[in-house]
Ligand binder design. Sequence first.
Ligand code: KIV
Length: 280
Amino acid sequence: MSDEELRTTPGILSEMKRRGEPVAMLTCYDFPTAILQDASNVDVILVGDSVGINVLGYESPQQVTMADMLHHTRAVRRGVRNAILLADLPYRSYETDSQAVDNARLLADAGADMVKLEGAEEVAGRIEAITADGMPVVGHVGHLPQTWKGNRHVYGDRADEAARVLTGAVALEAAGAAAVVLECVPEQVAGVVSRALSIPTIGIGSGRRCDGQVLVAPDLLGLNDFSFRYSKRYAELGRTAGKAFARYVNDVKGKRYPAEEHRYRIRNEELRKFKALAEE
Ligand code: KIV
């Protein structure tokens, strides 16, 4: 297999873990961002169901539909050439094995290389069914946004919960998962889980001992007002965009935009003809 083929193959993720190379993953929901992320050499681009909260104005990830995921997966696909494209199966789209397989196929047709779903032992059968159908699957344990009801974001800071994260992740690997996202799991627990698996763990809010990291792009870019302990803002694009919009509105109101350099012109001869036509 050539380097290029290997790069876009999910098997590369376990190979990276063996080499000790961290996996970098980012969420993405649109074409222009996909182009920028792909050029950044990110390994995996995730069309997450966080699209609901971050882009569609929904109040809950439970409102995200397959139609939403397909629409955004197609847009991202058009901008991705090198990274692995991972897409979320949304809430209630994998309640049975056959529904999971059908919806994974739809995401594959929309351009996904892999799909992700949330849950532990209870979704192991879904992972087996989807992988048997030829689509690699990423699991997701710890804090589960699709079914979260409580007020504690952290999952696994009690021994029984931590044990469930471990046994769940082990079950997902046994079912054939290509990687497992660990969300908001204490760093020490994530370290134990990462050592127990041969597939990579991709952490979000799970500390430094995971085999890779994922962040939600609008959090990283400063496009929203969310503030999570685990997140890191690498830019303040929301503030920059807000200022740019306000300057534009001021320029229009103050008749400073458009200026001479922004207009198109018609030659004098054509203008004369046009005026004659207009008078007719
Ligand atoms: O949808 C999403 O953004 C995710 C990340 C939290 C991993 O699933």
